[in-house]
Design a protein around this ligand. Structure first.
Ligand code: B12
Ligand code: SF4
Length: 461
């Protein structure tokens, strides 16, 4: 059995997240475990907002021998509570923790009294081998890529190699997840009920200082074949009626030839879908954008981060001109362009904050997201702030986008950083042309509700 922890279990006050999408990592592992012959179940308590009692009842019903718990950094305190709930049902159930936070700090995770094993990195094969060891007489010490805790000193087993042949993994077990109507994606990604995320590869070669995808998944793009990706799109479309997809890869367009093949296959199979993806501004060109548009791409999200030319070079190795070109080419191709921006890099000053806001306004973006940078454990930025003694807390609940900064900045106060995001949102969105574009996109009550939550979170927090 696999569980995503509900938000707010630690304070005994569960909150329904205003954005939720399919937990693909757990769905991949559940599919692998089922493929190996073990009955399994997924409780997406995070997205459903389940209480501790509801989680306990489902564990009691299923009576698992092993429970896997997934955690991003701000979810870790809730994941600890879930491990405690499992042990309260039956101390003999093996608790296995995994996911980005556990991969960054496996020893700490495995040291928790209610956690038996921490899995480092991709969990499919490790979890299958753990289940086999528990079902038979196998030894957990023979399973690579794990830290065994809770029976005395921690033991770390040999490192596990990353999967190179992603096409061989079973598709994520969407049939074990709640119906798509329970997921509440960003309105720009799709609508409740007919939306799904998809991942077309793993890894990223760029190592941006604030991001831990590289330390999680490695520096090399490992790509699924175009055929395999479109097979999954077709399966989800035919089985669950999903027509809107969001590729959550750092950049699903990184390999031009594969991208063009994906687009060709979508057309050849007559798949009537719309999709969004992330990209790096240096990777797009007008020819590629025209093909993407024809295959259903309606939004590209660019991680732009800052406006100062020197910082842009240092952080993203790109120029302002190249970013502006990518955004205008995208819009010219009839695809919406979104920009992500962050405040709080070590080099930040009051002046660079203004440059970021001005740059966001100069670009012809349809939408933008602004946040104070959170240095997640496992990133270079986390090490930088910690080394300089500037980290204010290691209470992981505070490591959430939208929380107040978890570090003291040398050049700007935390209040300046917080007010920069509010100012940036106001200046970006309270422009007639942006308001008009967004009003055109409001096509359901759900979209209105999600927009209202975003406005509340953004302007009135
Ligand atoms: C989709 C997504 C979301 C979705 C769904 C999250 C989810 N549970 O999957 C939503 C929108 C809800 C979300 C929210 C957030 N996200 Co997010 N998200 C992603 C994204 C883009 C894709 C996740 C994915 O499907 N990956 C593909 C699968 C195959 O990989 P995976 O999920 O890591 O799972 C593998 C392993 O981690 C492991 N594993 C995972 N769980 C388990 C459990 C067990 C038992 C085992 C054994 C193994 C295991 O095995 C899996 C299969 O190989 C990633 C970036 C990325 N490309 O991975 C960021 C990412 C995971 N998010 C991140 C962050 C920071 C957040 C937020 C904190 C802030 C934000 N960006 O808004 C919030 C957290 C909300 C909260 N308070 O709890 C960081 C995580 C950093 C960290 N140390 O926690 C990432 C890595 C992005 C980044 N650039 O750094 N996110
Ligand atoms: S921010 Fe994007 S490009 Fe940079 S390392 Fe992370 S995933 Fe790769």
């Amino acid at each position: 059995m696999f569980i995503t922890p509900s938000r707010g279990l630690w304070k005994n006050e569960v909150e329904q997240p205003w954005i939720s999408t399919q937990p693909l990592g757990l769905a991949y592992i559940a599919a692998a475990v089922r493929h190996a012959g073990f009955p399994t179940q997924v409780i997406d308590a995070y997205s459903l907002g389940l209480s501790a009692a509801e989680i306990r009842a489902q564990i009691q019903d299923f009576r698992p021998r092993v429970v896997g718990i997934s955690a991003l950094t701000p979810q870790w305190p809730d994941a600890e509570i879930v491990a405690g709930i499992v042990k309260s049902v039956d101390p003999g159930i093996l608790t296995v923790a995994g996911g980005p936070h556990v991969t960054a700090l496996p020893d700490k995770a495995a040291s928790h009294p209610d956690v038996d094993i921490a899995v480092i990195g991709e969990g499919e094969q490790s979890m299958v081998e753990i289940c086999e060891a528990i079902a038979g007489d196998g030894s957990l010490d023979a399973v690579s890529g794990i830290v065994i805790g809770n029976d005395g000193a921690l033991r770390t087993t040999s490192a596990r190699a990353r999967y190179m042949e992603l096409d061989k993994l079973p598709f994520p077990a969407h049939d074990l997840l709640p119906q798509t109507a329970f997921y509440n994606p960003f309105p720009a990604w799709g609508k409740k009920g007919n939306f799904s995320c998809i991942i077309s590869g793993r890894g990223c070669p760029y190592s941006c200082r604030f991001c831990d995808v590289t330390s999680q998944q490695g520096k090399r793009y490992r790509l699924r074949s175009a055929e395999n990706v479109v097979d999954e799109l077709s399966w989800i479309n035919a089985t669950f009626g999903v027509t809107q997809f969001s590729f959550r890869d750092p950049s699903m367009i990184c390999n031009r030839r594969r991208l063009l093949e994906i687009c060709r296959l979508i057309g050849e199979r007559g798949l009537d879908i719309a999709w969004t993806c992330n990209a790096r501004a240096n990777e797009v060109d007008p020819g590629m954008l025209a093909v993407m548009k024809k295959a259903g791409c309606r939004l590209i999200q660019y991680g732009i981060e800052v406006g100062n030319a020197r910082m842009l070079k240092e952080i993203k190795n790109i120029t302002r001109e190249r970013v502006a070109q990518a955004v205008s080419d995208t819009r010219r191709a009839g695809i919406s362009a979104h920009g992500y921006f962050l405040f709080g890099f070590v080099e930040e000053t009051p002046e660079t904050i203004e440059e970021t806001i001005s740059f966001a306004l100069e670009l012809d973006l349809d939408s933008a997201g602004f946040a104070v940078m959170v240095p997640f454990p496992g990133t270079q930025e986390f090490d930088n702030f910690r080394r300089e003694g500037l980290l204010l807390t290691e209470d992981w609940r505070d490591y959430d986008i939208g929380s107040k900064p978890v570090y003291r900045h040398k050049n700007v106060t935390n209040e300046e950083l917080m007010s920069a995001t509010r100012r940036a949102y106001r200046r970006f969105y309270l422009r007639p042309r942006i308001i008009a574009r967004h009003l055109r996109g409001v096509n359901s009550l759900q979209t209105v509700r999600t927009y209202a939550s975003s406005v509340r979170q953004t302007f009135f927090k």
